[in-house]
Design a protein around this ligand. Structure first.
Ligand SMILES: [Mg+2]
Length: 256
């Protein structure tokens, strides 16, 4: 059995290998804001209305296991195996409209998010948002949290050939940024999203916003944190700083 110190060393190694880091990719729901309670509420109310589970409200555990972080067509197909595609997608679209109307007033950034974004900007790293959320939700979350100028690209899962947990959205993000998976990492909060990041060849920082730590670990999360004030995260970032500074100095030199 490995000790906590060995686990810590292993997780740090996954990131120190990235030096010099050049890009950071973020999931949105649950990663930049704790939006799952709003999604859970919207699903619970609307599923009860259509008599899902004989009108018994779904539990948070059910939501976490079968819905959180997954792609809408997959969720619709899972919840309503007897409905045709158009019917369950109409349900999902109505649910997203309810989410947006509630989220307008309720979205808050994950603790420390703006401090992390400032560090990323100060280091001159490239950054993209990569999400399974519909475009209207993604744009609402980004603008509500004041990150419209922070993200250089936004990748929507349903606009790729395959959404998360497939690597396609993250590979698309890397391509748009012109970055290599050997010098980039991901922030995620769901097992599905972590699998996508790992399959795209990058280490993933997992946020224990809502989903159980063990589930995120099993999905391949390299470093698990509570929020962006977590000391383990800042130790990792500070370890990467010298190589980023060196690379920036070198590229300044090339320009002269
Ligand atoms: Mg998420």
């Amino acid at each position: 059995m490995s000790t906590a110190i060995e686990c810590h060393a292993e997780s740090m190694e996954a990131f120190s290998k990235l030096a010099p880091v050049e890009a950071v990719l973020f999931d949105l729901d649950g990663t930049i804001c704790d939006s799952d309670p709003i999604h859970y509420y919207a699903f619970r109310e609307m599923l009860q209305e259509v008599g899902f589970n004989n009108g018994e409200p779904i539990t948070e555990e059910f939501f976490s296991e079968y819905i959180s972080g997954k792609h809408n067509p997959d969720i619709g197909n899972f919840l309503f195996p007897d409905w045709d595609h158009n019917k369950y997608m109409k349900f999902m679209d109505d649910k997203e409209a309810l989410f947006r109307s509630l989220a307008k007033d309720q979205l808050e950034p994950v603790n420390g998010l703006h401090k992390l974004c400032k560090w990323i900007e100060d280091q001159g790293l490239k950054r993209a948002a990569v999400t399974n959320a519909p475009r209207a939700n993604a744009e609402l979350m980004i603008s509500k949290l004041g990150l419209a100028d922070f993200f250089q690209f936004l990748v929507i899962g349903s606009e790729c050939e395959r959404a998360k947990p497939f690597p396609d959205p993250y590979l698309k993000g890397l391509e748009l940024l012109g970055a290599s998976p050997d010098h980039a990492f991901v922030f995620e909060d769901s097992a599905s999203g972590i699998r996508a990041g790992v399959a795209a060849g990058m280490p993933v920082v997992g946020l224990i916003t809502r989903n159980p730590e063990q589930v995120l670990k099993d999905a391949g999360g390299s470093l698990l944190i509570q929020d962006y004030e977590d000391l383990n995260l800042w130790n990792m970032l500070h370890e990467l700083e010298p190589s980023i500074a060196k690379k920036l100095d070198a590229s300044d030199g090339n320009k002269q």
